[in-house]
Design a protein around this ligand. Structure first.
Ligand code: SAH
Ligand code: SF4
Length: 355
């Protein structure tokens, strides 16, 4: 009997263990290594969470797993459903903390917006998650558990087309080891089988993290939150710019090794009279000149706690036109789930109205 079982501690959760770790676990329990691979395919490929359904496993092994381990998805505490079909899930973790995951259905696909941390330490002025501060990093199991929990709740079958964006709570590059461990299981054809080109990680511009990510053999797409066109302006909106200045950020972005099919995405939240002028757009075009890049213009999503206003739509269009005229693809993101505070930057657990 394992030591924890005698100590009255909850059975350890297998979620988050990768193939190698499950192979070792099988071996430690006196099984062949390939039993670990079977377990891996069952947990992630077929998304089983009930040991009794892992019928390809040796019966003794199954009974042992049942007695001493568990497969626990984050618990769905609340769901806020928007008029546009977006659903914001409040998920409870084993230690009582919560994170949010957003489900966004589109015509022929589904996008899930995942959190990488509970809260965030980066402190961007316009972001509601920043108001929480950093509570803690999420584990790989908690990151991919968000996909499993929401996919189960929404009855998304294992082979359905999924897009994943790490754009929920938290700064993924400040929790890179756990994020990458999760991404490897998510992208693995025998795991959750979401192709890497359908996974995007968004960063506020943690330059050393971008350099580290560039060295990963298997990496998701990268989006960088630019949000300003000059150093002082960016520092005012994103104090992290003092530590990782715009100039250095763009240098690292220019050196970033893009795959042949890939463009670097820059996100730009448009705040009325703060970063949305023609002069800003011209400067952004200059900053990005010659890069294989595109810009996603994000309308600011507000709330009573913060003083900012969204740019008027005509301003947003004018900003976009200046970029497009300078051969920089620029898209206006439709804001989703605003009525339930599920839109970009609005995730902060409470303060929601459930229609
Ligand atoms: N921490 C990462 C990813 C999560 S934030 C990052 O900052 O990139 C995801 C996106 O939401 C970022 O581009 C951020 O600039 C944007 N955002 C934050 N607050 C927002 C708000 N109130 N309205 C619209 N977008 C916001
Ligand atoms: Fe953190 Fe991103 Fe919000 Fe900035 S915008 S505080 S980095 S979650």
């Amino acid at each position: 009997m394992p030591a924890w079982a005698q100590m009255g501690v909850a059975n350890p959760n297998l979620l988050g263990l990768n193939r190698g770790e499950l192979e070792r676990l099988a071996e430690d329990l006196g099984q062949a290594r390939y039993r670990g691979r079977q377990l891996y395919r069952g947990l992630y490929g077929r998304r089983e969470r009930d040991f009794s359904r892992l019928t390809d496993l040796d019966q003794k092994f199954r009974e042992f797993l049942f007695a001493y381990y568990q497969v626990a998805y984050p618990e769905i505490r609340r769901v806020f459903v928007s008029q546009d079909g977006t659903a914001r899930y409040l998920l409870g973790l084993a230690d009582g903390k919560s994170v949010e995951t957003v489900y966004m259905p589109e015509e022929n696909r589904v996008t899930l917006c995942l959190s990488s941390q509970a809260g965030c330490a980066v402190n961007c002025r316009f972001c509601f998650t920043a108001l929480l501060g950093l509570q803690r990093n999420l584990t790989a199991g908690e990151i991919l558990g968000q996909v499993l929990a929401v996919a189960a709740a929404q009855h998304i079958p294992p082979r359905a087309r999924l897009n994943l964006v790490l754009m929920g709570m938290g700064e993924p590059l400040l929790n890179l080891a756990q994020v990458m461990k999760a991404v490897q299981i998510l992208a693995d054809p025998q795991g959750l089988a979401v192709p890497l080109r359908r996974i995007t990680m968004s960063t506020s511009g943690i330059t050393p993290g971008i350099v580290e990510l560039a060295r990963e053999p298997l990496r998701p797409k990268l989006a960088v939150s630019l949000n300003a066109s000059e150093e002082a302006q960016r520092t005012a909106l994103m104090p992290i710019n003092r530590k990782y200045p715009l100039r250095e950020l763009l240098r690292v972005c220019r050196a970033y090794p893009l795959r042949p099919w890939e463009r670097l995405t820059f996100e730009y939240v448009l705040l009325q009279d703060l970063n949305d002028s023609d002069a800003d757009a011209l400067r952004v075009a200059d900053l990005l000149r010659g890069m294989r890049a595109k810009v996603n213009l994000i309308p600011y999503n507000g709330g009573p706690e913060l003083p900012y206003r969204p740019s008027p739509f005509e301003r947003t269009l004018a900003f976009q036109q200046i970029l497009v005229d300078r051969h920089i693809p620029a898209f206006i993101r439709i804001s989703r789930g605003q009525d339930v505070r599920a839109a970009c930057g609005q995730l902060r657990l409470e303060g929601a109205t459930n229609p």
